[in-house]
Design a protein around this ligand. Structure first.
Ligand SMILES: *Cc1c(COP(=O)(O)O)cnc(C)c1O
Length: 351
């Protein structure tokens, strides 16, 4: 039997990977690569920022935002949650008023909640946060690749991303882009972990120029991420976004003819990463994902279905398959819905 050894990532490949992550996020910062799935990077940000009595305004439009608040509180932060119904997104005026009431120094939000299919008005919320001098945290895991994530233009201080959704990549590595202001906050935080997989400072130190590739980095996943990012650059990030918008329009257009109603009531708030559907009361049970159609997660189980048309599945054929699945779940004819989906796909004129 031939013995084989995994070929490690070269310093050059690792540097190229970090550069392409910077391009993906429209930032001149060099993002830190984390040796684990995106949720690790998000918890690492919570750990690096949370400090006793530090007041954080945490926007909760779904389970990911809720979880983030829990992590902050566990580490002693003084968390003020701003919530909305999970079929809606956070309103900018509400954020402005909450900043005036709670006087936080940090604001955190989830850009696109894949569990609810809603995208928060991130650009506008970050503009308000900036006016008030807040440090900002964005979970952009399910936004990146589906919609713009403009780290420098929005002056976002911590932006966590993963590749397993709209980038059609692996879930075993992820990244966090941190601004100079963000790093200063973590450096000055005595509660920020050190000597821990959750330590952003440790990861930054291990990825300083001139050092070998961090040994904790999973090689297969890093290579898969490099490949995924190359495919995105070849297609063009704008085109990848457009494909997600088209999938979203197609999926949403098919619901009416099936007698279904979108979970996100305002079409302007629909996340391009997936489409959520209010579960009809009288028909259709779905215990496990069937193709792209998945039951609700956690508290949303029994309330909605998700059509996960992201990454390689942001494709008309895959949306059509999902429409057929929905038609069979609600025992309705599919032809009108399929025609509506095709029309929705074609309707995208660069909105
Ligand atoms: C998918 C997702 C994550 C990452 O969750 P994983 O368990 O790492 O897949 C984080 N935040 C949001 C908003 C997500 O949609």
């Amino acid at each position: 039997m031939e013995r084989r050894q995994m070929v490690p990532l070269t310093v050059f490949e690792f540097a190229q990977l970090r550069k392409s992550l910077g391009r993906l996020l429209s930032t001149t910062q060099t993002p830190v690569v984390l040796p684990g799935e995106a949720i690790l990077g998000i918890e690492a940000v919570a750990a690096g920022v949370a400090a006793p009595a530090r007041r954080v305004l945490n926007l909760v439009s779904g389970p990911y935002g809720d979880q983030f608040g829990t992590w902050l509180e566990r580490r002693g932060a003084d968390v003020a949650n701003v919530t909305c119904g999970y079929h809606e997104v956070i309103d900018v005026g509400t954020v402005t008023r909450a900043i005036q009431t709670h006087r936080p120094t940090v604001l955190a939000l989830v850009q696109a909640e894949s569990a609810t299919g809603g995208t928060n008005p991130t650009r506008d919320i970050l503009a308000v946060a900036r006016e008030h001098g807040l440090v900002t945290i964005v979970d952009a895991v399910s936004a990146v690749g589906a919609e713009p994530v403009l780290v420098d233009e929005w002056a976002a201080d911590f932006v966590a991303v993963g590749a397993q959704k709209a980038l059609a990549g692996p879930n075993g590595v992820s990244a966090v882009a941190v601004s100079a202001r963000g790093w200063a906050l973590v450096e000055a935080n005595p509660s920020a972990p050190r000597g821990s997989i959750l330590s952003l400072l440790d990861h930054r130190a291990a990825q300083a120029p001139g050092l070998p590739v961090p040994p904790a980095l999973p090689v297969l996943e890093a290579r898969a991420l490099i490949d995924a990012l190359r495919l995105v650059e070849d297609e063009g990030l704008d085109e990848v976004h457009r494909r997600h918008r088209r999938a979203s329009l197609a999926a949403r257009a098919a619901l009416g003819p099936l007698g279904l109603v979108p979970w996100q009531s305002n079409p302007g708030h629909a996340a391009p990463v997936n489409t959520t559907v209010r579960m009809p009361r009288d028909r259709g049970t779905l215990d496990a994902p069937r193709g792209l159609v998945a039951p609700g997660d956690g508290v949303l189980r029994g309330q909605l279905w998700r059509i996960n048309h992201y990454g390689a599945y942001a494709d008309l054929n895959r949306v059509e398959e999902a429409v057929e699945t929905l038609a069979s779940l609600v025992a309705r004819p599919k032809d009108e819905a399929l025609a509506a989906a095709r029309a929705g796909w074609e309707a995208e004129h660069g909105f």
